[in-house]
Design a binder for this molecule. Structure first.
Ligand code: PLP
Length: 478
């Protein structure tokens, strides 16, 4: 048919809006349905002008409008299934909160609270008081403060303690933690002058000692977090640095990054100092994240000497880096669980995932394998495989956590096609591909997700998801 004829046959906006299904939708939002109807018709007009020779049925037009309506109405931030085995995946929101922390955040969100009100005295209270007592108790530090995240904690500490003066740090610790946090840049922002000592692989205490001068404000130690220099290496111990700091009268600060509050050595996780160990050794200020190994909400925690932390609390930046009430509520509940370490390991999902036993993971994987085998039938071969998961989030970079994965070899399309299709299911599923097998590491699957995962796999294999170009792999922040 001729282009002009086709164009004339395309229904008018008002005519299409009379369709019963669009009338229904219009009751929710007439404005949006009107705008989408116009857009769909415009798109078809363009297609016809560009040579399309098929006239869309009204039903197809209505379906397109409905699809766009539902897509626009869906939240941008939504749940995904993490089958990557990376426990603290920065791109996927790091730590999952414990049930108690979730409930506390929900209460703080939906009700008035005594956030900054002293109920005893009937006057203005202190926002930080809800967690400082717990932090002092758990870490043995004299004083504590919390801010928006650990990057903010480091910025605040350096701005307060060392602006306009010198901070000494080892060259081996000038690290980047994800593209957005580079130690030298944060130091620059705080206004302190960076004095690098030692070499990339070896730094001795006399390197620090020689650099100390009248303008030295701070000796800084940064946990390398996401990498290890192995082989011919030497870093100064905390004890050596504290001894020097005492001798020359300069405070020692440690950016611990992850910040364990309990020793997981009985569970086979070694090589990470706890916050209290560092405080015990005499470090004056320790900073760490709330949503890494602590397993709480995003927060930056500062503990240490009373006078130094009090000075930070008075700094104007503190107001700008303030922690919000839902976070504070979740943090308090998370910290409370640490009063009983056995309880913490059970209740805090991050810790539970880290210490999960390989035999239990194998059992879980076996159950998932059975479910997927029955749901997928002849569409795929479903197997079991031993694998290793990672802590992620720049934590425990060299610790390999032995785990189990369910493997999927689709009859059609290959594992690479399947992993792409799984990002477009509802909910989306994130998984790994290895040797043309799709790997679903059960360590990071939450209770109750197996059935959702099975349905998502069926959706992905039936092609019932939007196609599109594979996107480049996301960069996991370290
Ligand atoms: C992760 C990390 C940071 C940044 O912490 P956020 O809570 O992500 O802001 C800073 N320093 C070290 C050593 C880290 O590992």
């Amino acid at each position: 048919m001729e282009t002009r004829n086709l164009l004339r046959q395309l229904p008018a906006v008002d005519q299409l809006l009379q369709h019963p299904r669009l009338k229904d939708l219009s009751r929710e939002s007439h404005k949006m349905v009107l705008a989408l109807t116009r857009r769909v018709l415009d798109d078809w007009r363009l297609k016809i002008k560009n040579g399309a020779t098929l006239m869309p049925e009204p039903d197809q037009l209505v379906r397109e409008i409905e699809n766009r309506y539902h897509e626009a109405g869906r939240s941008s931030l939504r749940p995904v299934i993490n089958a990557t085995g990376v426990v603290l995946h920065t791109n996927l929101g790091r730590a999952i909160l414990s049930p108690a922390a979730r409930e506390a955040a929900l209460t703080a969100a939906g009700r008035y609270t005594n956030l900054e009100f002293d109920l005893e005295k009937g006057q203005r209270g202190n926002r930080y008081s809800h967690v400082t007592g717990l932090l002092k108790e758990l870490t043995g530090a004299e004083e504590a403060l919390v801010v928006n995240n650990n990057a903010a904690a480091v910025l605040l500490a350096l701005s307060t303690l060392a602006a306009g003066r010198e901070t000494i740090i080892s060259r081996g610790q000038l690290v980047e933690i994800g593209g957005s946090f580079r130690v030298p840049e944060v130091m620059g922002q705080s206004g302190t002058r960076l004095v690098e000592v030692g070499t990339t692989n070896k730094t001795y205490i006399h390197d620090y000692e020689r650099a100390v001068g009248p303008d030295t404000a701070l000796l800084l130690k940064v946990h390398p977090s996401n990498y290890r220099i192995q082989g011919f290496t030497r870093e100064v111990t905390t004890a050596e640095l504290v001894e020097l700091g005492r001798r020359v009268g300069v405070p020692v600060m440690e950016d611990l990054g992850s910040g364990f509050l309990i020793d997981l050595e009985p569970y086979g996780i070694t090589g990470e100092p706890t916050v209290q160990e560092e405080i015990n050794q005499g470090v004056d200020v320790v900073t760490f994240s709330g949503d890494k190994l602590l397993g709480g909400p995003q927060a930056g925690i500062i503990v240490g000497r009373r006078d130094l932390v009090a000075a930070m609390a008075r700094h104007p930046l503190t107001r700008a880096l303030r922690i919000d009430k839902m976070t504070l509520a979740a943090l308090e509940a998370t910290l409370r669980a640490y009063r009983n370490p056995d309880r913490a390991v059970k209740e805090i999902p991050t810790l539970a995932a880290l210490v999960a036993l390989p035999e239990d993971l194998r059992h879980r994987a076996g159950k998932l394998q059975k479910l997927l085998t029955s749901v997928l039938g002849s569409r795929a071969r479903v197997g079991l495989m031993a694998t290793t998961s990672q802590a992620g989030g720049g934590s425990l970079p060299v610790t390999e956590l032995p785990s189990w994965a369910v493997t999927i070899r689709p009859e059609q399309g290959g594992a690479a096609g399947l992993v792409t299709a799984l990002r477009r299911t509802d909910p989306p599923v994130l998984a790994r591909v290895q040797d043309d097998l799709l790997l679903l590491d059960v360590r990071t699957l939450l209770p109750g997700e197996d059935e959702e995962l099975a349905l998502a796999l069926v959706q992905a294999m039936e092609g019932a998801v939007h196609g599109g170009e594979p996107e480049p792999a996301s960069e996991q922040e370290g």
